[in-house]
Ligand binder design. Structure first.
Ligand SMILES: [Zn+2]
Length: 476
């Protein structure tokens, strides 16, 4: 593992792959838009969080010290609407879904960010930022008492989403948080209280009201990361209006560039369609784990598609992910269980295989997290090393080294976990599997079947697959 100066990311701002150069050598400051806690996060949200986790882990693998901030939107149009619809307070509803969010983060083995600021705990910072924008002439009070951002004043407006303002109607403004690109117009920074807000408001210098969604992320990112920072992530649906507005707010207030690299992940589809409650294809992480799916397989499926490609989630794909992952885990386990009785040494060949894997994996990941190529290299390695193991050509020392490499790369993928704590074969069972392999190679099927039965009596179930022999311990 060595630091690398050759990481490239596709920057949405320039629509180009660019060499990654952080502001401060050896450190990365990144902001990742978090969950709006009005409901359980769906698997589309978690696709974004897993992509960001992979990014974070890759930067850490390259020995960067990462400071990640992920906000929690606990006040906005949607949270207020949900709390009123359910007849509970804003706090009650957001508390419930914040807890669920952190449960899912843990389930999916997502590394924790350094900061998870809540919007409701940063109202002062937001008010200060709005005041600054008013003072500088970028914002004005509408007749409804709300404060709006005047997008005609910010000459770079539209630079992220690549929209031109030619078609703008002067004075047109929007109070709701979310709207389409075609409706680009002045947007609310501070929303004067109205009946729809119920008892959700703050009495501030700006009047009685609450912050708009976009100002929340500008205020919280700059508080923890500074006025300019390295990376900002989110789903492509955040490019407009959310991230465009974050740029407009932050850069107008500070006069500095807000973010150097904007990374956006593509949508997730479920069975080929956009996820929607009315289509019945809306899935949360718990929906999947309640059905008995292994969280590691869910994670693997999510990260195995490059983040800039649409990911079509299917249950068939989840099954396949489970099997693929099992091949990887089985190899790790085999290596861990290899004793010192190698018939011959793989020696130099094994060293070459390991070097090739490490180089290919690193080069691929440095290239805008090209996970497809990284995983292809990994599974070539799995196949090759299994062959050496089948031939009993891996010494325990070599096995230890190869195992170390797999676990090092799993520090990035986060899908294997601690194999040592998982199922382990007894020496007796190991010996029987080895004998059965010999019998099979000698095409002595009767002997092979007999050994399979013996293994079964020990609770070890053997499966012959195209990728080699697999086993698992029967649970009682
Ligand atoms: Zn945000």
């Amino acid at each position: 593992m060595k630091t690398h100066e050759n990481i490239h990311f596709f920057n949405t701002l320039t629509r180009q792959k660019e060499r990654f150069v952080p502001l401060e050598k050896g450190t990365v400051k990144m902001y990742t838009c978090g969950l709006t806690v009005y409901d359980f996060g769906h698997i589309g949200n978690f696709r974004a969080f897993i992509f960001e986790d992979l990014l974070r882990r890759w930067l850490e693998y390259r020995e960067y010290k990462v400071t990640q901030v992920m906000n929690i939107t606990d006040v906005d149009d949607r949270t207020i609407k949900a709390s009123r619809a359910q007849g509970v307070t804003l706090k009650e509803i957001t508390k419930k879904y914040i807890k669920a969010f952190f449960d899912d983060v843990e389930t999916l083995n997502i590394e924790k960010a350094e900061y998870y600021p809540k919007a409701t705990e940063h109202i002062i910072e937001m008010v200060d930022l709005v005041k600054k924008l008013v003072d500088k002439g970028y914002a004005y009070r509408g007749e409804d008492g709300s404060i709006y951002y005047d997008i005609s004043k910010f000459k770079d407006y539209g630079k992220l989403a690549k929209i031109k303002l030619g078609e703008l109607k002067p004075g047109a403004r929007v109070k709701v948080d979310d709207y389409a690109k075609e409706e680009a117009q002045d947007f609310a920074l501070w929303k004067a209280w109205d009946e729809g807000d119920g008892d959700v408001y703050w009495q501030t210098e700006l009047g009685k009201g609450r912050p708009g969604w976009h100002i929340e992320c500008s205020a919280m990112s700059m508080k923890y990361l500074g006025e300019t920072f390295d990376i900002h992530c989110g789903g492509v649906d955040n490019i407009f209006p959310h991230h465009e507005n974050e740029i407009a707010q932050s850069e107008a207030a500070t006069g500095k560039k807000f973010v150097n690299y904007w990374l956006h992940n593509e949508h997730l589809l479920v069975e080929g369609r956009k996820m929607a409650k009315r289509l019945g294809n809306y899935l949360t992480v718990k929906d999947l784990t309640n059905k008995g799916y292994d969280p590691r397989a869910i994670r693997y499926l999510m990260l195995a598609t490059h983040y800039r490609q649409q990911l079509n989630f299917t249950f068939e794909g989840l099954e396949a992910a489970k099997n693929t992952l099992e091949r990887l885990t089985n190899l790790a386990r085999r290596l861990l269980d290899t004793d010192g009785n190698a018939r011959a040494r793989g020696g130099e060949d094994l060293r070459l295989l390991a070097d090739r894997l490490q180089t290919s994996f690193e080069e691929a990941m440095d290239d805008d997290l090209n996970i497809n190529i990284a995983l292809a290299a990994l599974f070539d390695f799995v196949r090759d090393v299994n062959n050496y193991l089948d031939q009993n050509r891996v010494s325990s020392q070599e096995a230890k080294r190869l195992y170390g490499l797999i676990m090092e790369l799993d520090g990035v993928l986060g899908v294997i976990g601690e194999v040592g704590k998982q199922e382990k074969l007894s020496k007796e069972a190991e010996e029987l599997i080895r004998k059965r392999e010999e019998a099979r190679q000698a095409r002595n099927w009767t002997e092979a079947d007999k050994l399979r039965e013996q293994l079964k009596s020990l609770g070890v179930i053997i499966e012959d697959t195209a990728q080699g022999v697999k086993w698992h311990i029967e649970k009682h």
